[in-house]
Write a protein that binds this ligand. Structure first.
Ligand code: F6R
Length: 243
């Protein structure tokens, strides 16, 4: 795993944007895996800026999001669909027919998971953007998730619901389930870019790059087995590691 050292959140976001812009500009039909949460917001802002400066076009880009809550509609401001539209899609020239995000309102959620996985298998992801949870989750793959998991329905950890409740009016409103790409799905991406920012993630990052065993108890540890992972971490997140 390579680590790119960013000074702060702004620089982390710019460095990630540099990598994506380069890839998009050098690839005929780029396929990106995207994340939500607070970490990639700066990256999306930066991509919008570069689009507005005509450095980049998203016309031929296809995207797959990692996850979506179950039971909240696309128009709900807390849905990941809404988040992506608000932070990225509505500001750029992407063809909405090419954006993919699991449908958490599907009548048949199992079928939705199988079809989502098939779509990714047919259009393999070039670069997957990831954030990381304090407990090492990637996507909504909580500790204990099997490394051969594909897109599936998850029961959210109480700790994850609490962490995400900051976006909702109350903890009660945070959905209890989500659809997420599995660990195997994520590992199939040709390249992974993991963004890590802030003091709160320092222990998590230290654990990730330690030589501890690769274990489902700390899902992100699986990334040590991926052949092309770039971590972009800011100073605060690197507080507990020596490079
Ligand atoms: C988001 C996702 C999650 C987040 C993680 C970190 O699509 O899959 O794994 O990346 O929970 O969230 P933030 O960035 O809010 O700290």
């Amino acid at each position: 795993m390579d680590i790119i050292q960013a000074k702060d959140y702004t620089e982390m976001s710019k460095l990630a944007a540099d990598l994506l812009v380069k890839h998009i500009n050098n690839t005929k039909s780029p396929i990106l895996g995207l994340a939500t949460g607070s970490t990639p917001i700066g990256l999306y802002k930066e991509l919008v800026k570069r689009y507005k400066q005509s450095e980049i076009s998203f016309k031929h880009v296809t995207t797959f999001n990692l996850d979506e809550y179950v039971g909240i509609s696309r128009s709900n401001p807390n849905s990941y669909h809404y988040f992506m539209n608000d932070n990225l899609w509505k500001h750029i020239d992407i063809d909405l027919a090419n954006v993919n995000i699991p449908d958490g309102m599907a009548d048949n959620l199992e079928k939705e998971c199988i079809e989502y996985e098939e779509r990714i298998a047919n259009q393999p992801i070039d670069i997957q953007i990831l954030g990381i949870g304090l407990n090492g989750h990637i996507g909504f793959n909580e500790p204990g998730t099997s490394f051969d998991s594909r897109t599936h329905i998850v029961e959210l950890d109480e700790s994850t619901r609490e962490a995400n409740s900051r976006f909702f009016d109350s903890l009660d409103e945070v959905p209890k389930q989500a659809i997420t790409m599995g660990i195997e799905t994520i590992m199939k991406a040709k390249k992974v870019i993991l963004l890590v920012s802030g003091k709160a993630k320092a222990t998590t990052l230290a654990k990730l790059i330690s030589n501890e065993e690769v274990t489902p108890d700390f899902p992100a540890s699986v990334l040590r087995k991926h052949k092309d992972v770039t971590i972009i971490a800011d100073e605060e997140a690197r507080e507990k590691i020596k490079l």
